[in-house]
Design a protein around this ligand. Structure first.
Ligand code: GLY
Ligand code: MN
Ligand code: MN
Length: 437
């Protein structure tokens, strides 16, 4: 199950059609990053670069120049080097990039300063992802200055510098059938890891040991990495939204919130479940959990073509506010509390985000100042939560220190939406039953 060379080619065509004539786009590969002396972080290609090429090596720059007589797709990449390859593994090399990745022309990356200004020269519009990588910004300006230094000899630098993201990210927002297949597999693996972890969870385990169950499942099923650092928060740690220390013991009577998803073939799963360490929810945990679950159902019900991006969130905050009113955590009239966003101390994030090659995937949420309409082929998370910190002021003690999030991944379809992570139980009785096995 892989994106085909033909699909990568189609993506380049689609982007070039949007760029128009007399233009050029430049995309750099992700840089390598040092972890500590002589040790690098595992390399992960930049998602835009991967989306357009499928090429996963560092030290590369791809260039798209619609209508170029000698070929529209040019790649600069590392040259083959038997000595380096003996240590670090194979390098595809310029020839390989043409044969295997459909480049029309490829050159050693060491020649880029000599060749690229010549490719840019004469183009009206230069597209690149301005401002996201200061080193690359500087490099682009150096190439432009090479052209500017030759204007008296007739060289023409571009007049327009255009942020590539708007065009490229709009393409990435609509998933193809193949992307959806891959994402469904990422969702299935993620779901199975949550199931395995619910079964393995026990009192006295360390949070990182529970994390280990997820990582083991991901790797076992062909993912070399999670899509983001897993959040495993026992008890009140669940109220720290980006808690990744994962170094505390799981306590009898507490819940544990786990936000973990695999990366499969570069695509992310992103699922959260909140389950009782000892296998049974207390009455207070149950009461809060049921509110979040109802909010999630209401939000998912709003994911359909014709609705806009914020409708699921509005549905979720209404249920959450009503729920907090019913429990006596909030007091007043529902409409006033909604207007005042009184839920925010306990529900401070939005109900979802786009999902794809990046866990917080690209794509604009507003178009022309209005919330974007949902359309078939878009993929997103639906993830309401409730977080009552340990020292929450004015809240009865019995609710304090409970954090809950329920997160699933959905695909917008013609009829409504499809839950891609439905294999992981969400209902209390199903979770308790699974954990009792
Ligand atoms: N895992 C990050 C998020 O849920 O948005
Ligand atoms: Mn998440
Ligand atoms: Mn998420």
């Amino acid at each position: 199950m892989q994106i085909t060379a033909k699909e990568f080619q189609q993506r380049r065509k689609n982007l070039m059609a949007l760029m128009g004539e007399n233009s050029i786009a430049i995309l750099p590969a992700a840089p390598t990053r040092t972890r500590n002396r002589d040790v690098e972080y595992p390399y992960r290609q930049d998602s835009d670069f991967y989306y357009m090429s499928g090429f996963v090596e560092p030290a590369a720059v791809m260039v798209l120049k619609p209508g170029r007589a000698h070929g529209e797709f040019v790649m600069f990449c590392r040259e083959r080097d038997p000595n380096k390859e003996m240590w670090d593994g194979g390098i595809v090399g310029p020839e390989g990039v043409c044969d295997q990745f459909g480049a029309d022309d490829a050159f050693p990356i060491s020649d880029i300063d000599e060749i690229l200004p010549g490719l840019i020269e004469g183009c009206d519009k230069l597209f690149y992802s301005m401002g996201s990588n200061p080193d690359f910004d500087k490099q682009v300006m150096e190439w432009i200055n090479v052209i500017r230094s030759k204007v008296r000899s007739g060289a023409q630098p571009p007049n327009e510098f255009i942020v590539l993201d708007h065009f490229l990210h709009d393409l990435r927002l609509y998933k193809s059938n193949k992307e959806i297949q891959i994402m469904k597999k990422a969702c299935r693996i993620t779901a199975e890891a949550h199931i395995a972890a619910m079964k393995a969870c026990s009192v006295g385990m360390m949070e990182y040991q529970l994390e280990g169950v997820y990582l083991q499942q991901f790797i076992q099923q062909g993912c070399r990495s999670p899509a983001y650092p897993s959040i495993v928060g026992g008890g009140a740690n669940a109220c720290t939204l980006h808690y990744i220390d994962n170094n505390k013991e799981l306590i009898d009577g507490d819940l544990v919130l786990v936000d973990a998803g695999c990366e499969y073939q570069y695509y992310a799963g992103d699922v959260t479940r909140t389950y009782p360490v000892n296998g049974s929810y207390s009455n207070e945990q149950r009461a809060l959990y049921e509110i979040v679950l109802e909010a999630q159902f209401a939000a998912i019900g709003q994911v359909k073509p014709g609705n806009h991006w914020d409708q699921p969130h509005q549905a979720a905050v209404e249920i959450i506010t009503q729920g907090l009113l019913d429990l006596g955590v909030l007091k007043g009239r529902l409409s006033t509390l909604l207007k005042k966003e009184a839920y925010k101390p306990f529900y401070m994030h939005k109900t979802g985000h786009w999902l794809g090659l990046d866990v917080h995937d690209v794509g604009e949420y507003k178009v022309g100042g209005e919330w974007r309409m949902l359309e078939p082929g878009m993929t997103l998370t639906v993830e309401p939560g409730l977080y009552i910190p340990a020292q929450a002021k004015g809240v009865a003690k019995k609710w304090q220190g409970i954090g809950i999030r329920i997160e699933d991944n959905v695909l917008v379809t013609k009829e409504g939406c499809e839950l891609m992570t439905d294999k992981v139980p969400r209902q209390i009785r199903d979770i308790e039953q699974l954990m009792s096995k």
